[in-house]
Design a protein around this ligand. Structure first.
Ligand SMILES: Nc1ncnc2c1ncn2[C@@H]1O[C@H](COP(=O)(O)OP(=O)(O)O)[C@@H](O)[C@H]1O
Ligand SMILES: [Mg+2]
Length: 246
């Protein structure tokens, strides 16, 4: 579904991605790992189309269509969605207003989203400004609820576990599983996505098909998620750096 070819990106005049190649087939959820500052968020923001991430080489395509030149709105309309690492607060816009707006276009999802609001204990902040004064866990819940209500064809989640307490982790993991659960029409096919997390708690609860390790703006390794995670838990990213040098 997503095909990235030799992608080079700069932000504020600095190279952050140096030739990334990545294929994510429909029905697979991939895991992106890597040390802080290696370029994971930059990759996700570039796929979404944030203009400060300037593509200086390579291409991104979705279902065979080159989307490299499309802007963020056009990409969202094609079905790309993102739950940001640090979602902004939006004064003057209530979560309820934004949800109503989204659900007008996705009426079939309305019932499920209302159920989710109850399950996620979110009624109380529907009438507050988006993310304003919410705790870390509540911000992530609200962000993932918005993503879920849009039902993107390709969903990206940037560290949904960061700044989150244990109770929220459990809830967020189930919300992410709902996001990637098979549709009624294709009961054997999961959703498609890219997840950034190093939380073993979350990874024990969310199935991922393949993992990739990013070091200094390059994907240096791809393979079985459990094997790669075990290696990183044992010896950190040192082993990935050594492996890359070999
Ligand atoms: N908006 C920005 N302005 C300046 N530098 C940035 C910006 N976004 C990312 N960077 C830099 O790009 C590099 C990669 O960052 P990032 O993609 O956030 O890494 P990660 O998500 O793996 O921690 C870092 O050195 C970071 O400081
Ligand atoms: Mg990041």
């Amino acid at each position: 579904m997503i095909s990235i070819n030799d992608l080079q990106v700069e932000v504020e005049g600095k190279n952050v991605l140096n030739g990334v190649n990545l294929e994510i087939p429909e029905g697979e959820v991939h895991l992106l790992l890597g040390p802080n500052g290696s370029g994971k968020t930059s990759l996700i923001m570039t796929i979404m189309g944030y203009p400060q991430y300037r593509i200086t080489g390579g291409s991104i395509s979705m279902n065979g269509q080159d989307i490299t030149e499309l802007d963020i709105t056009e990409r969202a309309r094609l079905g790309i969605g993102l739950a940001e690492q640090r979602p902004p607060s939006v004064s003057g816009v209530k979560l309820r207003m934004l949800l109503d707006y989204i659900l007008k276009e996705h009426e079939d999802k309305q019932e499920r989203v209302l159920e989710l609001i109850k399950e996620a204990n979110m009624e109380s902040f529907l009438d507050r400004d988006i993310n304003e004064g919410l705790s870390g866990g509540e911000i992530k819940r609200s962000e993932i609820l918005l993503l879920l209500s849009r039902q993107p064809l390709f969903a990206m989640l940037d560290e949904p576990d960061s700044g989150v307490d244990l109770d929220s982790l459990e809830l967020l993991s189930s919300m992410i599983n709902i996001l990637f659960s098979p549709k009624k029409e294709y009961p054997a096919k999961r959703g498609t996505g890219l997840l950034i997390t190093h939380s073993t708690y979350m990874l024990d609860r969310i199935d991922v098909d393949k993992a990739h390790v990013m070091i200094a703006g390059e994907l240096v390794c791809s393979g079985h998620p459990q094997i790669i995670m075990n290696k990183i838990v044992d010896s950190g990213f040192e082993s990935c750096i050594e492996c890359r040098e070999k």
